[in-house]
Ligand binder design. Structure first.
Ligand SMILES: *[C@@H]1O[C@H](CO)[C@@H](O)[C@H](O)[C@H]1NC(C)=O
Length: 296
């Protein structure tokens, strides 16, 4: 059933998507159809490699994430929230990375669809800012320890940029961690990367993230017809924040990746495809199978 739906969606997708010639025409007529620069694309790939490395269940302490220094691991056994914090002394970055769903507990977290007030250490969200109860429980279970580690890293490296990353459930946690860290360290630069991120909060949350972090510092990668970004529907009150970077055709490259508009819900991007849930494109980003480790 799921496979046939995925296939039907793929057929729909194939016919709806512009052929290379049409893409060329669209570029000249519509700025939003522009493909990304290789610098933007290479960064999407680079931060995905961190997210992918966080699935390494056989060596959870990925010793050299993306070749960089492992500062500490993130772990809460009750909510089964895992990840790590790395430091890149070349790029001058402190990178906070979250693992996606691998365990039954993670799927329960995903299923807690209720929207609740965004109450989290150091966060002053406008009233009416609501987020997914399960994702918030998971982030809040590690927030204090992540904030304290980032704080001591920033004390030693005050000019470093904070970067968050994660795939799937890890993408939702990257989102919550990103805005929380921006609130806790407002004077630091911050960029947020997410891949196959499900909708995480309501419209007030999307606006809060877009305005506090800035749409140019938000990178929400979506691979072709990955069904997870659209699995939690807007009818439940959820809205995506900016900025979707939609990779339209395999193999993924800068030429097949579009920057979508700053609304977060650009109907000409992956929103246009009916969700088929967790499907094959969810598991592969930038031609890399999620869970491939980049740890040396
Ligand atoms: C983004 O695109 C959608 C259509 O896909 C449109 O309704 C919306 O107004 C656009 N928003 C911005 C900020 O450009």
């Amino acid at each position: 059933m799921r496979l046939s739906l995925a296939f039907a969606s793929f057929l729909f997708f194939s016919s709806a998507i512009a052929s290379p010639v049409q893409v060329g025409e669209a570029v000249t007529s519509d700025k939003r159809s522009e493909t990304v620069s290789s610098a933007v694309y290479n960064d999407l790939v680079f931060y995905f490699k961190y997210a992918s490395s966080s699935y390494d269940i056989f060596s959870p302490s990925c010793p050299r994430p993306n070749g960089n220094t492992l500062v500490s691991t993130i772990s809460n056994l009750i909510t089964d929230t895992q990840g790590f914090i790395a430091r890149d002394d070349n790029r001058k970055e402190i990178v906070v990375v979250f693992r996606g769903s691998t365990s039954p507990t993670d799927f329960l977290t995903d299923a807690a669809l209720l929207l609740v007030p965004f109450i989290s250490p150091g966060v002053n969200a406008p009233s009416g800012t609501l987020v997914h109860a399960g994702f918030l429980l998971a982030w809040d279970s590690v927030a204090s320890s992540v904030i304290s580690t980032v704080s001591s890293q920033l004390a030693a490296h005050p000019d470093y940029t904070i970067v968050t990353s994660g795939h799937s459930l890890g993408g939702a946690l990257s989102s919550l961690a990103g805005i929380s860290l921006k609130q806790n360290f407002p004077n630091s630069k911050l960029r947020m990367y997410t891949y196959g991120q499900p909708r995480t909060g309501n419209k007030a949350y999307a606006t809060f993230v877009n305005t506090q972090i800035g749409v140019n510092n938000l990178f929400r990668g979506v691979h072709t017809f990955d069904g997870v970004p659209t699995i939690i529907p807007p009818i439940l009150g959820y809205v995506h924040h900016a900025t979707e970077y939609w990779s339209t055709i395999d193999p993924t490259s800068a030429l097949t990746t579009r920057q979508c508009n700053a609304s977060g819900e650009d109907l000409t991007c992956s929103d246009a495809i009916i969700s088929t849930g967790i499907n094959p494109p969810h598991l592969v980003y930038y031609n890399i199978l999620a869970s491939t480790p980049f740890c040396s």
